[in-house]
Write a protein that binds this ligand. Structure first.
Ligand code: FES
Length: 109
């Protein structure tokens, strides 16, 4: 599969469905920023700023385990959910087909 479907709920609650490429080595954070979602990503994808925090609404079990760094960062967040992830640590791949995420990061002005 070279394209997957990703559903995104933005900070205003608007849901959109996107087709995302799996052959470009993009993280979900990079893909969302590229589609003009309001994510600051001040750390550049180093799991340090948490502005790319998402709640995985569908498909959480399909994702790879978070690294220790990602988990440690998530654990500092006041609005962590049981299915929270950092979008910069999720690389677009077949296992993410049809996941749905809700933007939770403090990226909007
Ligand atoms: S971009 Fe900073 S934690 Fe993901």
């Amino acid at each position: 599969m070279t394209d997957i479907t990703v559903k995104v709920i933005d900070h205003e609650g608007m849901e959109s469905e996107w087709t995302a490429p799996t052959d470009m080595g993009l993280s979900l954070m990079e893909f969302l920023k590229g589609n003009d979602y309001d994510i600051l990503a001040t750390c550049g994808g180093m799991a340090l700023c948490a502005t790319c925090h998402v709640e995985v609404v569908d498909g959480f079990d399909k994702l790879n385990e978070p690294s220790g760094d990602e988990y440690a960062m998530l654990d500092t967040l006041p609005n962590i959910t049981p299915t929270s992830r950092l979008a910069c640590q999720l690389y677009l791949a077949d296992n993410m087909h049809e996941i749905k995420v809700r933007l939770k990061g403090d990226g909007h002005s």
